[in-house]
Design a protein around this ligand. Sequence first.
Ligand code: NAP
Length: 288
Amino acid sequence: MKSLTTKTKLYVLLGNPLGHTVSPPMHNLAFEKLSMDSCYFPVEVSTDNLGAVFKGLSKMNVGGLNVTIPHKIKIMEFLNELDPVAATIGAVNTIRIENGKSKGFNTDGEGFIQSLEEESGISVKGKRFFIIGCGGAARAISMTLAFKGAEKIYLCNRTAEKAERLAAEINNKIRPCAEVVINDQTHQKKDLDGCDVLVNCTSIGMHPNISTMPIDESLLRKELIVADIVYNPRETKLLQVAKAKGCPIVPGIGMLVYQGVEAFKLWTGLQPPVKEMREKVQQLIHTT
Ligand code: NAP
C-alpha cells in the first residue's frame, strides 16, 4: 500500500452501494504507472448526506471525483459549473475541482464512443444507431452520439413513453436525429436493417440471467456492428450470437474502462495507461 501524505492528491468515488466497484484499482494502477502522488478511494454515502460529504471533500486536497448510482442527478445541485454535454444529459459522473471550484462532466457517452471507435474501427459521425433500452446509460450514450454527429438514432424501449421522452429531448435540445421504434419484431427489423450499429443499453443478458437476449437473433445481419454495454459476463449471449453470425462485436468492458480514461484526462490533463487499466478491469470481472 502506497504511503499517503498531506501532499497526496485525492480522488473519490461517491455512490451507494459501492461493493463491486472496479474504479479504485483501475485509477490507482494508473497513478502508480505514472508515478503520481495520488490516491483514489470509494466513499459510500446516503442521498441525505451527499451535499455535506461533497462540500467537506471540496475543502480537502481533492482533485476530482466520480459519482455513480444513485447520485448522478442530485450531485448537480452542489456544483459551481456544468459542462454543456453533462447539462444536456442531466447527469454527472465526473467532477473536476480546480482552485476550489467544481465542474461536472459526463464521460459515460464519451467512454462508449471511444470504446466503439477503437474496437470497431468506425467513426460515429454520419452513422446510424439502433439503441435498445432508454435508462440512464442509454440517455448518456444517445445524447453524446447526437452531439458527435450520428446521422440517426433509433430508440426502442419496453416502456415506450421513456423512448418518446428521450427522442423528443434529443431532437429539441441537440439535433433532430432521434426516432422511436415500436418494441416489436416487425418494427425493429424495418429500422435495424438500415443501421450500422446496434447497442444494447438494457440490463438484459447481465449476470445471473446470462441466457437472455434483448432482441431476436434473426434480426442480426453480418454487416451490423453489435455493441453491448453489459460487462458481466464479458461476452453476453447477444455478443456470442452476433459473433457466430459474423458481426463485429464491442463488449461493455471497453466503455467501463474509457469512461475512467476520460475522467482521468479531465482531472490530470494526462493520458493514462489504457492497456494496463483494461487488463486490471478484466482481471477483476471474474465471470466470462
Ligand atoms: P437503468 O437506468 O435502470 O435502465 C435499464 C433499461 O433496461 C431500461 O430501458 C429498462 O426498460 C430496460 N430493461 C431492464 N430489464 C428489462 C427487461 N426484462 N425487458 C426489457 N427491458 C428491460 O440502467 P442503466 O444505468 O441504464 O444500465 C443498463 C445496463 O448497462 C446495466 O446492465 C448496467 O450494468 C450497464 N452499464 C454498463 C456501463 C459500462 O460502463 N459498460 C455503464 C453503465 C451501465 P424500462 O424503461 O422499460 O424499465
